[in-house]
Write a protein that binds this ligand. Structure first.
Ligand code: FE2
Ligand code: FE2
Length: 347
């Protein structure tokens, strides 16, 4: 384990030779030099993230305003709790990304983290816009801060919050790796029973505006997952001493805990009470995602029998398909969906 030092912001003696550039422990000038990038994935990531720009208020929520009070009780409660969790996740992401950036010495990667931070702010704002549209200010505040009172939700937020807080006090490379893994789990596992719930509303013809907001958010989250997967992969190449058997087991245990919590959360908020979803569907889908994410880091599948997307969940992809988002949702769902090829992730 090595201690990390926050990089100086003004550093005229920093390296300009990209061959000397490193993810951590390098000597960066912090200059935004777009023609001198070391990591080949950065320019396509940057372009994709910029092309994904969207504005929450451009999505019409009139139908949602009418639908929301008519949702069956379990569905409305699930909507509220899931939104409360998502608001928390996007807010803590917005706050934490600059803390990670202070220790990343590849400036081109810092550019990506900055764009990601901006997008997380837009995501939290989109939830606010949804709540402002469909419920009263009192109900909105209850939903925003539900994580303070709902014990299950508080436990979940505490797990991720503690991991992020740990890096506030322990500045070393292993703790940085842990906080990066926590990001990867958040982006790749935690959002997904929420997304699945919204897409299920969509296929039942409910809350179309909220569904569309979530589709744009999902498209951004795919790039965030791509970013953190790439950052961890670069660390594996540059800092192989960090990936001891013991540390890999630690990362795997974190992922498995994330999967366990996401399944328990899905059972709690969705259960068997929402039309079109069951506990078994949630379990199978989250285990499949757990395998996908762990294999995405170059390791073997963890959950036997869950390496293929569960057939019962194929519809999730139709909604989250990144290439379909730019098409008008209402017109696209019957025709273009049918001819679109499934895109898993940008991974
Ligand atoms: Fe986000
Ligand atoms: Fe994100």
């Amino acid at each position: 384990m090595s201690i990390l030092h926050a990089k100086p912001l003004f550093n005229p003696m920093g390296d300009t030779d990209k061959n000397h550039r490193r993810m951590i422990g390098g000597n960066t000038t912090n200059l935004n030099d777009f023609n001198n990038m070391k990591y080949p994935w950065v320019s396509s990531w940057y372009r994709q993230a910029m092309n994904n720009f969207w504005i929450p208020e451009e999505i019409n929520l009139n139908t949602d305003v009418k639908d929301y009070p008519l949702l069956p009780q379990p569905e409305r409660e699930a909507y509220d709790k899931i939104l409360s969790f998502l608001v928390f996740l996007d807010s803590i992401q917005t706050a934490n990304l600059p803390c990670i950036g202070q220790y990343i010495t590849a400036n081109e990667v810092n550019l990506c983290l900055t764009i990601q931070g901006f997008q997380e702010a837009v995501h939290s704002q989109s939830y606010s816009y949804m709540l402002d549209s469909i419920c009263s200010p009192v109900e909105r505040d209850n939903i925003l801060y539900q994580w303070k009172e709902d014990e299950h939700l508080l436990r979940r937020n505490t797990f991720i919050g503690d991991l992020y807080n740990e890096f506030q006090v322990k500045k070393d490379d292993v703790t940085l790796l842990r906080v990066m893994m926590a990001n990867y789990i958040l982006e790749g596992i935690y959002f997904y029973s929420g997304f699945m719930f919204f897409y299920n509303l969509g296929r039942n013809g409910k809350m179309p505006g909220s569904v569309q907001e979530i589709r744009y958010i999902n498209r951004d989250e795919n790039t965030h997952l791509w970013l953190f997967r790439s950052m961890i992969a670069e660390l594996k190449r540059e800092e192989p001493q960090l990936f001891t058997e013991e540390n890999v087991e630690m990362l795997k245990a974190m992922l498995m805990e994330g999967v366990r919590q996401e399944i328990a959360w899905g059972h709690y908020v969705i259960g068997d009470n929402v039309q079109g979803l069951t506990k078994d569907m949630v379990t199978a889908y989250i285990k499949y995602l757990g395998n996908l994410r762990w294999m995405g880091l170059g390791f073997e599948a963890i959950y036997e029998g869950f390496t293929e997307e569960p057939e019962s969940m194929a519809w999730v992809n139709q909604y989250s398909n990144a290439n379909m988002v730019k098409t008008d949702f209402f017109e696209a769902k019957s025709t273009a969906y049918a001819k679109s090829a499934a895109i898993l992730d940008d991974l």
